[in-house]
Design a protein. Structure first.
Ligand SMILES: C[S@@+](CC[C@H](N)C(=O)[O-])C[C@H]1O[C@@H](n2cnc3c(N)ncnc32)[C@H](O)[C@@H]1O
Length: 393
């Protein structure tokens, strides 16, 4: 316990992962949304100091650097991109760590109190929310729904949810004594403030967590299934806010219980495809970087659902295309597969599998226009250039 006090002493290996995920995504994200002609606000809702005591940079500096390099490349984008950083405790340090960076602003105080400021952003903006609190207590689901109701030009969110911390706190509140004993399982200490069951309901978006924990307490399910069930229910609630979600469990092999889960939400197919593809491709890179010196401490388990859940990609493709005899759009098929497989595969793997299934006579791919500009039969799988449908042979 007591991790929160030492959080900024040095950056823990598992903390680096979420920053990398953010970092890798921001570049393609900003270039894509700025093409809408609307400005973008990147809002770091639990920003921290900006820098760790060991010199590692935190999410605010990462975002500020990103904005800086974007402005260097496109000076005319000056009024088009902004970083907003909310920080309750370390706002002064954050301010000084951000000095010299353009287009950044620190909002001192809590995320809860600053919600009104987020809601006051011009709705003409694209909004990206990075939500990385210590624990779960500030994550009232209705705050996200208020932000969504504001009808920004677009909203995307990357949220760090400490599901194991939630369940541990749930056990404590339900007086399931000693049900959750392994202190090492969670990243941070559960928040200091007294929680209530009602507050947990608002965080979870319902009281389903009590039934799950009750089943766990009665030994009907183990803690891993409890966590899976809980997060699957939670994701459904996030899915009411965002059309598409993908979540990334950050696990260490030894326990199998996620340290935390990153959940990404977007209303756009492109956002989902970009995030899932990017995450998959960068995963090995992240792990390789981590292993520089720390490998023995933290060995990530790659969340390949095809293996972990024995899913069958061919079967899933066939069952999705049989659902519509007139054929399904290639892009919709990929989105469907990502929602099932998470970040298990890069986008290219889905496309190669579909091409291979066509070659084996299992399905048919149609493109419109059916010929290239030079009059040759179109073979492209680029769904931005062609209308591509996949159907049963
Ligand atoms: C996990 S740290 C954020 C780390 C940061 N993303 C980074 O990469 O360096 C959470 C931060 O949220 C701050 N905090 C805690 N409760 C808060 C609240 N209710 N509103 C805003 N910030 C809060 C803490 O002071 C801490 O700096």
């Amino acid at each position: 316990m007591g991790q929160t006090k030492n959080f900024f002493k040095d950056k823990k290996p598992w903390s680096i992962v979420k920053d990398r995920v953010l970092d890798y995504y921001l570049k393609p994200y900003t270039s894509k949304v700025l093409r809408t002609g609307k400005p973008v606000i990147i809002c770091d809702c639990f920003a921290g100091k900006g820098k760790f005591d060991d010199g590692e940079i935190g999410s605010p500096l990462l975002i500020a650097e990103h904005i800086k390099s974007h402005l260097l490349k496109q000076p005319d984008a000056d009024n088009k991109i902004q970083g907003v950083f909310i920080e309750k405790k370390y706002h002064d340090e954050l301010n000084s760590n951000l000095s010299g960076y353009a287009n950044v602003i620190v909002y001192p105080g809590s995320y809860e109190d600053n919600l009104k400021n987020i809601l006051a952003f011009n709705a003409n903006n694209n909004l990206f929310l990075y939500v990385d609190p210590y624990g779960i207590k500030s994550l009232d689901l209705s705050a996200f729904s208020q932000i969504k109701s504001r009808k920004f030009y677009s909203v995307e969110m990357l949220l760090n949810f400490n599901s194991a911390g939630f369940l541990r706190e749930g056990c404590r509140l339900l007086k399931y004594k000693d049900a959750f004993t392994d202190e090492d399982l969670t990243d941070y200490e559960v928040d200091d403030d007294a929680n209530t069951k009602e507050k947990m309901d608002s965080i979870a978006g319902g009281s389903y967590w009590k039934d799950i924990l009750s089943a766990y307490y009665k030994s009907q399910i183990d803690i891993y299934s409890a966590e899976e069930q809980f997060f699957s229910e939670y994701s459904k609630r996030v899915n009411h806010l965002f059309r598409y979600t993908v979540n990334i469990p950050i696990k260490i092999k030894s326990t199998h219980l996620p340290k935390y889960r990153l959940i990404f939400g977007s209303d756009h197919e492109d956002g989902l495809i970009l995030m899932a593809d990017n995450m998959n491709k960068k995963w090995n890179e992240i792990v390789a970087n981590q292993r520089g010196g720390q490998g023995a401490l933290f060995d990530y388990e790659f969340p390949n659902l095809a293996i972990l859940k024995s899913f069958d990609l061919h079967k899933d493709i066939m069952s999705f295309i049989t659902s519509d005899s007139s054929g399904v759009l290639l892009k919709s098929l990929i989105v469907h597969l990502i929602q099932r497989y998470g970040i298990s595969f890069p986008e290219k793997h889905y496309i190669d599998t579909i091409i291979d299934m066509e070659a084996r006579g299992l399905l048919r791919i149609d493109r419109y226009p059916s010929v290239t500009k030079t009059g040759k039969p179109a073979r492209s799988m680029n769904y931005d250039d062609y209308r591509i449908t996949v159907r049963l042979k």
